[in-house]
Design a binder for this molecule. Structure first.
Ligand code: NAP
Ligand code: MG
Length: 483
């Protein structure tokens, strides 16, 4: 059932309401079968500067549009998203390989984001502070800030962008979006959907091309006031440094080494279900993917047997095929990196329990769902983000040891714990060092409206997906009115 998306593939650079061609087009390869999906335009540095100027010019008008009116534009985007959902979902699966129902689910998240943030059109409430003087009123109001550089990864081609772009738009800011090159065509479709819905010229601009080059301008240009980034910790640190000379606000959503803790009184069937879903959805290429499982030794054997049975039911294949439970890895470079991480794990004393093979005969960049046992807490596989379908299992003797192992990582994005002991569960909510904590569900189960982000090296303290994102996208102005 492989279909292709009918899209005018002439350019992926959108500046001031126009699709602009560039000197070079690069190919996008479908990871499921290595066919060419299309091409994306490599924007020139001059075009990136032009996009920033276009956003700055549009800001002067957009910031004066009343918030409820900006909210209406988000409402119109919802209508267009629903109409073009299948087209966009297909493109996402063709470009980066996730199974089609995950692509569709991601678009539902984009719709929920627009619904939620359009509500902020009425809720971006300020303060009235009692004055020391009888003839004075003091009000504190949120103000838009200016041009936002949104830089996003390939694993969630549209939702991570929507979190940033919709928050910027409702706040009265304007945007230059640089998606990951792998998913430039999905970014083109989403941009087209937003423009058709009435986002004015210049308010949203799209530039595609290598992050290492375009990113330098997007993170240092003095007209850019905010950088909203999701991606690797390594690039996040580089962006933070680059943006500091001009005192930009920088929001970083970075990597993770997320664990599921399975205590001896856990419902093992539920734990296995949660782990398989969180470890292997998007082929493990999620910032919140479960990559460590920490199990109490009393239930280890029983748990491992159930885990094996569940994983053996999975089908690897093209994400457009409805039978497929797990799609390919995004590209060959990432596949090689996963292979290398598994090799290191085995060299350091880990044992292959399941999987561990690339599956070239399927015609794309496939890797089996993989479980490595006999892992010790300091092994590389227990510390380094793999970004693939690989789970490291660590046995522990107690709850206390489980928490120690969980917290023994530089990351702090998401942790779950399975237990039927309420007291233990409540204690865990305090002991776990991560931005997201789940009791009795997998590590990748976030909901709209709830602060999303990580602690430690998983982020720099900002939170998306909730009203807290307004603290990034607006600044407070205190107005003293004496009469
Ligand atoms: P990445 O390599 O960090 O790239 C992310 C984006 O940054 C891409 O658009 C990339 O452009 C661009 N970029 C690269 N170098 C840059 C630079 N020097 N300055 C500015 N921009 C630059 O991440 P990825 O490989 O796409 O995605 C995987 C990573 O994202 C994982 O570490 C994962 O944990 C993290 N992630 C985090 C979250 C979260 O919410 N915490 C969610 C999803 C993913 P090009 O690639 O086009 O060159
Ligand atoms: Mg990359």
């Amino acid at each position: 059932m492989v279909t292709s998306v009918n899209l005018a593939l002439h350019s992926t650079v959108f500046i001031n309401g126009e699709w602009i061609s560039g000197p070079q087009e690069n190919q996008i390869v479908n990871p499921a079968n290595k066919e060419i999906v299309g091409t994306y335009t490599v924007a020139t540095k001059e075009q990136v500067v032009e996009a920033i100027h276009s956003a700055q010019a549009a800001f002067l008008t957009w910031k004066t549009v009343p918030l409820p009116e900006r909210a209406k534009v988000l409402q119109a985007i919802i209508v267009n998203l629903k109409n073009r959902k299948e087209e966009l979902a297909q493109m996402m699966t063709l470009e980066m390989g996730k199974v089609l129902r995950e692509s569709q689910g991601e678009i539902d998240v984009v719709i929920q984001t627009a619904e939620y943030l359009s509500g902020e059109g009425k809720r971006a409430i300020g303060e009235v502070i009692p004055s020391n003087f009888d003839n004075r009123v003091i009000q504190v109001v949120r103000e838009p800030i200016g041009v936002v550089s949104c830089i996003t990864p390939w694993n969630f081609p549209v939702s991570l962008a929507a979190y940033k772009i919709f928050a910027a738009l409702i706040s009265g800011n304007t945007v230059v979006w640089k998606p990951a090159s792998e998913v430039a065509l999905s970014a083109k479709v989403l941009t087209d959907i937003m423009f058709e819905a009435g986002v004015p010229k210049g308010v949203l601009n799209l530039v595609t091309g290598p992050g290492s080059e375009l990113g330098q301008i997007l993170t240092t240009h003095k007209l850019v006031k905010i950088v909203a980034f999701t991606g690797s910790t390594e690039v996040g640190i580089a962006i933070s440094k680059a943006a500091s000379d001009t005192l930009k606000r920088v929001s970083l959503e970075l990597g993770g080494k997320n664990a599921v803790i399975v205590l001896k009184d856990a419902d093992l069937e539920k734990a296995v279900e949660g782990i398989v879903q969180s470890a292997f959805a998007t082929s493990g290429q999620r910032c919140t993917a479960t990559s460590r499982v920490i199990v109490e030794k009393e239930v280890y054997a029983n748990f491992m047997e159930q885990l094996k049975q569940k994983i053996q039911q999975m089908t690897l294949g093209n994400g457009l095929n409805p039978e497929t439970s797990m799609g390919p890895i995004v590209h060959e470079k990432q596949l090689n990196s996963i292979e290398e991480d598994v090799r290191t794990a085995l060299d350091e004393g880990g044992e292959l329990f399941l999987g561990g093979n690339r599956r070239d005969e399927l015609g794309g960049f496939y890797y089996e769902p993989t479980v490595i046992t006999n892992v010790q807490r300091d092994h590389t596989i227990a510390q380094k983000e793999v970004f693939g379908p690989v789970v490291a299992v660590i046995q522990v003797d107690s709850y206390e040891e489980a928490i120690e192992v969980n917290n023994n990582t530089e990351y702090g994005l998401s942790t779950s714990i399975y237990t039927q002991n309420l007291k233990q569960a409540m204690q865990a909510t305090k002991d776990i060092e991560s931005g997201l904590v789940y009791i009795n569900s997998g590590t990748s189960n976030a909901e709209m409206g709830v602060a999303f982000g990580g602690t430690k090296m998983s982020g720099n303290g900002h939170r998306e997906v909730s009203h807290h994102v307004l603290d990034l996208m607006t600044e407070w102005k205190s107005v003293y009115i004496t009469y």
